[in-house]
Design a binder for this molecule. Structure first.
Ligand code: SF4
Length: 281
């Protein structure tokens, strides 16, 4: 592939908050489409090491590019387009996991694939998880769940933990938070994971004036509890570490005057999830 020339770019980043653009500018469109179809190559913002917040233990995180949700609070809008990702062969990505495998196991961690929306590169992601399992590394995905049907039941078995980011429960709220995207497939995917008894964490970003809607949180909490596989629910306080990316990318950031939630607001949100019987924090 023509993009292979870029396969020597620096893949590791200090954090996902590094702004990265045009990583695959040299990759012709047909090669990109072929890569998406085969999974021979993925497009990544970066790999980061040492994360303690993206699954159990200490984790290597692969940050994929491409996402169509365009959540108002997204802190990585540079991951929205494939073109901003660095082209990475499956072999190179596997080597990255192999490099850290022993340490990850010793620290009770593993590999997390986040993004962007990982399942927009489902073939690459499924094959990378299979490679990680060959190396006996714990695997987790952080996903908005919209494209869950792109993974077969067999492929889902290669993923030890599903971290499902829920943006809203009602369609109206989901559309409000995202770029007008409905969430029926998200709910259906969560139910499928539950039927398959796959371990799940729920994540909910608490944004004052946008997602601090009690009825939405109550419905997500009740839904999560009904699944019977949710091991924890995490309330993530909104922050502005990604605001500069919106500005640098010329995007219209709607939360400039929004402040992070107060400690009391976070505690109230946690209480709602706990009241439904979930292990919330
Ligand atoms: S789903 Fe995640 S990556 Fe996609 S726009 Fe929303 S916050 Fe950003």
């Amino acid at each position: 592939m023509a993009g292979a020339a870029s396969d020597t770019s620096s893949l590791e980043a200090a954090s996902p908050f590094e702004l990265r653009v045009d990583g695959s500018a040299a990759v012709p469109e047909p090669d990109m489409r072929a890569a998406i179809k085969s999974g021979d190559m993925g497009f990544l913002h970066s790999f980061t090491t040492g994360s303690t917040v993206d699954g159990p233990g200490v984790r290597l995180v692969a940050w994929t590019t491409l996402c169509m949700f365009r959540c108002q609070f997204c802190h990585n809008p540079d991951t929205w387009t494939l073109h901003n990702g660095i082209p990475v062969t499956l072999g190179r990505a596997t080597e990255e996991i192999r490099k850290y495998a022993t340490g990850l196991k010793a620290m009770g961690g593993g590999l997390t694939i986040s993004g962007g929306e990982p399942l927009m590169q489902a073939r690459f992601v499924a094959r990378l998880f299979a490679a990680a399992k060959q190396l006996r590394v714990h695997t987790a995905i952080e996903s908005n769940g919209f494209y869950g049907e792109r993974l077969s039941d067999e492929e889902l078995e290669d993923i030890d933990l599903f971290i499902l980011d829920m943006k809203g429960f009602t369609e109206a709220q989901h559309k409000r938070v995202t770029n007008g995207i409905a969430n029926a497939t998200v709910i259906a995917f969560a139910r499928r994971l539950a039927a398959l008894r796959r371990p799940m964490w729920l994540r909910y970003v608490l944004v004052p004036g946008l997602t601090d809607v009690e009825s939405e949180m109550e419905q997500i909490a009740a839904f999560g509890a009904s699944l019977g596989v949710v091991e924890r629910a995490e309330i993530l306080p909104f922050h502005k570490m990604g605001e500069y990316k919106w500005l640098r990318l010329g995007l219209d950031y709607t939360l400039t005057t929004t402040e992070p939630p107060t400690a009391e607001a976070v505690a109230s949100a946690i209480a709602i999830f706990r009241a439904a019987g979930l292990n919330a924090l």
